[in-house]
Design a protein around this ligand. Structure first.
Ligand SMILES: [Zn+2]
Length: 201
């Protein structure tokens, strides 16, 4: 079930004086209400769609939409009402902008961390890597670091979802012999995206 649609809220009420009602022809007053329509998703207003102006003759109680009234009443109305679109009708846009900003920030933060880690490897770093076949993923762990080399152990398992990587990153899955690789080579593996994520506790 998707909760979206349009709704309206009352923005302003007021009264126009010295109006000749087109229905009862009395020299009278009219009460008006301005409704702001907005689109919402899950009860959060996303953006305003437009306004609806409803006027009621105080003598005969007939209600009119603004456009049904004579030109001169419309002009008088436009002069008197001063309603902007309420900021809350944009609430959803603000929330979406914040969410996008946050995702962009954390993704660039993550990239910056990966670069930092790949250039200064430490014991315990876990590299998420593309596996032996396309669509499979595994990990390597740093066992030791020397001046120019890194000693790695490979994970015995692969998963077919990136989200499953954490589940196989457990001590008992690392049973391979250590093998060494130069620091230069490890940067190469990151550059060609064999290594796509680095976790450091
Ligand atoms: Zn009237």
């Amino acid at each position: 079930m998707v909760f979206y649609g349009t709704n309206a809220s009352r923005l302003k009420d007021g009264r126009l004086n010295n109006i000749t009602c087109p229905n009862c022809e009395n020299q009278t007053t009219m009460t008006y209400s301005v409704f702001g329509k907005y689109a919402y998703i899950y009860w959060i207003p996303i953006f305003p769609i437009g306004k609806q102006n409803i006027l009621e003759c105080d003598s005969c109680k007939k209600t009119f939409k603004l456009k049904e009234l004579p030109r001169q009443i419309q002009s008088k109305f436009e002069l008197e009402k001063h309603t902007g679109v309420p900021i809350k009708h944009f609430a959803g846009l603000g929330i979406i902008a914040i969410a996008i900003g946050f995702i962009m920030y954390s993704s660039s933060q993550n990239k910056a961390n990966n670069l930092k880690y790949i250039n200064a490897p430490e014991i315990g770093d876990v590299y998420s890597i593309n596996g032996s076949q396309k669509g499979y993923y595994s990990t390597m762990r740093i066992k030791d670091v020397t001046n120019d080399s890194i000693y790695l152990i490979s994970n015995d398992y692969e998963v077919d979802k990136k989200s499953g990587i954490d589940k196989i990153d457990v001590d008992k899955n690392y049973t391979t012999e250590e093998y060494s690789i130069s620091k230069q080579e490890i940067i190469g593996l990151y550059t060609d995206e064999t290594i796509f994520e680095i976790d450091r506790d």
